[in-house]
Write a protein that binds this ligand. Structure first.
Ligand code: FMN
Length: 184
């Protein structure tokens, strides 16, 4: 079993997958359970997860995430599973708190649930890539999502064929300070 820090360090955005290996439903469900129990402002849980693992539908969803002109997200068809995260209404307390404090809590909550989902996937030996770039209207149509709902993220899931890359990150000292704001 991996310790949590190793899990966090090893998770990466995987952009190549074994196209012949589907993901077991039990694994998908464990990964989603990790997202379901994530914290959210006032326990609002403003999310809905749509699992797309039907191969034909999944390919249509993948097409809606990629653009040939910009060369973006060309790898997304390889992943056997796409999980679309739809933003749901926040509850009264979260909405009121967000209005008073001028903070939109729902996308923050969804980000946290997504992080838990990706780390749980890593723990299951699965690769993920979070996608923020996609044609939201096309996805709404394909998955019968009402027009007034935002589709915030698409997380793709599968058995990765990529090896581990070293992380490119800002230095620890430049993003952390003790007892006051200091940057280096
Ligand atoms: C909100 C969000 C949106 C992202 N959208 C995309 C995307 O559309 N396509 C993509 O290839 N990667 C996307 N990524 C992955 C980031 O590029 C990646 O997390 C970052 O470069 C760090 O690399 P790592 O995840 O491999 O550690 C997204 C990540 C986040 C958190």
């Amino acid at each position: 079993m991996k310790d949590f820090l190793s899990l966090a360090q090893q998770r990466q955005s995987d952009r190549a997958y074994d196209t012949n290996r589907p993901v077991e439903r039990e694994k998908i469900e464990r990964v989603l359970e990790a997202a379901r129990v994530a914290p959210s402002a006032c326990n609002s849980q403003p999310w809905h997860f749509i699992v797309v693992d039907d191969p034909e539908l999944k390919n249509k969803v993948a097409d809606a995430t990629s653009t040939r002109i910009l060369g973006l997200n060309h790898f997304t068809k390889q992943a056997p599973v796409h999980i679309l995260i739809v933003e749901e209404k926040v509850n009264l307390s979260s909405g009121f708190g967000g209005w008073v404090k001028k903070k939109d809590f729902a996308p923050i909550d969804i980000g946290i649930a997504t992080a838990q989902l990706c780390l749980a996937a890593e723990d299951e030996g699965l690769g993920t890539c979070i996608l923020g770039w996609f044609d939201e209207n096309k996805i709404r149509k394909l998955l019968d999502i009402p027009d007034n709902k935002r589709v915030v993220l698409d997380v793709i899931l599968g058995y990765s064929t990529q090896s581990e890359r070293p992380k490119k990150r800002k230095d620890f000292q430049s993003v952390v300070s003790y007892n006051g704001y200091q940057t280096k």
